[in-house]
Design a protein around this ligand. Structure first.
Ligand SMILES: [Zn+2]
Ligand SMILES: [Zn+2]
Length: 127
C-alpha cells in the first residue's frame, strides 16, 4: 500500500491515505452515491438535473460518478464527452473519442521508439 500525505480532492484538507479523498469525504461520497444509485434504480431515465434535485447531491459529484464508470445514465441524461461534447451514458468520452484516443496512444508509442537523428548524422560527414 502506498499511503502518503495528500490533499483531499473534495475538502482540500491534508490526510494520509492511498485515495484521492479523505475518509470523511469518502464516507459522504459513498452515502451520496447510494442515494443516487437507489434513485436511478427507481427512475432509470432521470436526467442529471432531476437526479440532483431528488437526491440533493451536487451535479459535479453525479457527473464524476458517471465519469468514473460507477453510474450508467439513460441516453440524453446530460452527461457529455469531455472532448467533443457528444452525449454519453457512462465514462468520460464517447465511443468515437475513446477509439481515437487509443489510436493516438498507439501512434505516439511508435514514433517515440522510431529512428531519429538520421538527418544530422548524414550532414556531419560533409567537410
Ligand atoms: Zn475531504
Ligand atoms: Zn467524443
Amino acid at each position: 500500500m502506498t499511503s502518503e500525505l495528500r490533499n483531499c480532492r473534495e475538502c482540500g484538507r491534508l490526510f494520509v491515505g492511498a485515495t484521492p479523498a479523505c475518509p470523511e469525504c469518502r464516507k459522504a461520497e459513498d452515502a451520496a452515491f447510494e442515494r443516487v444509485r437507489t434513485y436511478l434504480g427507481e427512475n432509470p431515465s432521470a436526467s442529471i438535473r432531476e437526479t440532483c434535485e431528488a437526491t440533493e447531491v451536487a451535479p459535479g459529484l453525479v457527473r464524476r460518478f458517471v465519469e468514473d464508470g460507477r453510474l450508467i445514465l439513460a441516453a440524453g441524461a446530460g452527461a457529455t464527452c469531455k472532448i467533443c461534447g457528444a452525449p454519453v451514458t457512462s465514462g468520460r468520452l464517447c465511443a468515437d473519442c475513446q477509439a481515437e484516443l487509443e489510436r493516438a496512444k498507439e501512434r505516439s508509442g511508435r514514433t517515440s521508439n522510431g529512428p531519429s537523428g538520421g538527418f544530422y548524422s548524414r550532414r556531419s560527414g560533409h567537410q
